[in-house]
Design a protein around this ligand. Structure first.
Ligand code: G
Ligand code: G
Ligand code: MN
Ligand code: NA
Length: 253
């Protein structure tokens, strides 16, 4: 419970930071986007796993202010990059389903977009399909986001509940293939079949696909051969602190 209490003060004590991992166009190796991920450097414990503190903050409601801090920080960073002359690229931000279905989510998001100068069409919200959220409320929010021009991607795709029906009717733009399916490519027959099935489904439904957790050249070649356009993973880069990300990916754009 000490951790929970520390979490309460971590924003004002500036213990959180965002790291950025590039998304790469497989055909030409160019960076086409970035995923923002939070880090917590605890003064005594050192780095705390986001898995642990995000879940904790979902249980005690702190995910609402924390989620706002994440959106604001990442959007402001994107705006700075664009103001510094880099050509705009997609900014992907993970949104907890608790935050996503909070009654004030849209209002707060619009306010953050206005305040930071983030361009909605470059913002992509990553939702994990870990609950069956094909209910009315979620589909209304998805529709409103579409009108705002904000993109939606389904994170960890293939591990959750999405049905074909639901992919077809909801306003989803991108599928992010869960890294557990990428892991043993091109050697695991199950994963080969799963990835190929996702690719043909995505083509049929006109969805963009990102392969997560790409770590080897062999995986990349398999993905390219099977029509996947965008990849993310340690093969290109781990998530990097702002300065390192800028040095590595923004220097000559
Ligand atoms: O970055 P890392 O692999 O350690 O993240 C572990 C988990 O925490 C992942 O499931 C990731 O989606 C989640 N996570 C990381 N950063 C954020 C964030 O900014 N917001 C939310 N909601 N989840 C995050
Ligand atoms: O659940 P989500 O997809 O948001 O989780 C993203 C997390 O996956 C990031 O925190 C990052 O640390 C981790 N990650 C990114 N690329 C790779 C990779 O190539 N291999 C592994 N094992 N993890 C990765
Ligand atoms: Mn993600
Ligand atoms: Na994922």
């Amino acid at each position: 419970l000490q951790l929970e209490n520390d979490l309460r003060y971590a924003v004002e004590r500036k213990e959180f930071s965002m790291v950025y991992q590039p998304l790469i166009d497989i055909s030409d190796g160019k960076m086409v986007g970035v995923e923002a991920l939070i880090r917590w450097n605890h003064p005594i414990r050192g780095p705390v796993s986001p898995q642990e503190f995000i879940q904790l903050s979902e249980e005690n409601g702190l995910i609402i202010p924390l989620g706002q801090w994440i959106l604001e920080t990442a959007c402001l960073q994107w705006k700075q990059w664009v103001e510094n002359g880099y050509s705009p690229f997609t900014l992907a931000i993970n949104i907890s389903i608790i935050q996503f279905t909070h009654p004030n989510f849209l209002r707060d998001l619009k306010e953050i977009i206005r305040k930071t100068g983030m361009e909605p069409r470059y913002l992509e919200l990553e939702i994990t399909e870990n609950i069956p959220f094909a209910n009315n409320f979620a589909s209304i929010i998805l529709n409103d986001l579409k009108h705002l021009g904000v993109k939606i991607s389904l994170d960890d795709f293939g591990t959750g509940y999405s049905s074909l029906q639901y992919l077809n009717t909801l306003s989803i733009d991108t599928l992010k293939i869960d890294r557990s399916f990428i892991k043993d490519l091109p050697f695991n027959r199950n994963n080969i079949a799963i990835v190929q099935t996702i690719m043909s489904m995505a083509q049929f439904l006109d969805l963009k696909v990102v392969a997560e957790g790409v770590e080897t050249k062999e995986q990349l070649l398999f993905l390219e051969k099977n029509g996947c356009q965008i990849a993310q993973g340690y093969y290109f880069s781990r998530p990097l602190p702002k300065e390192e990300f800028e040095r590595t990916f923004l220097m000559d754009s």
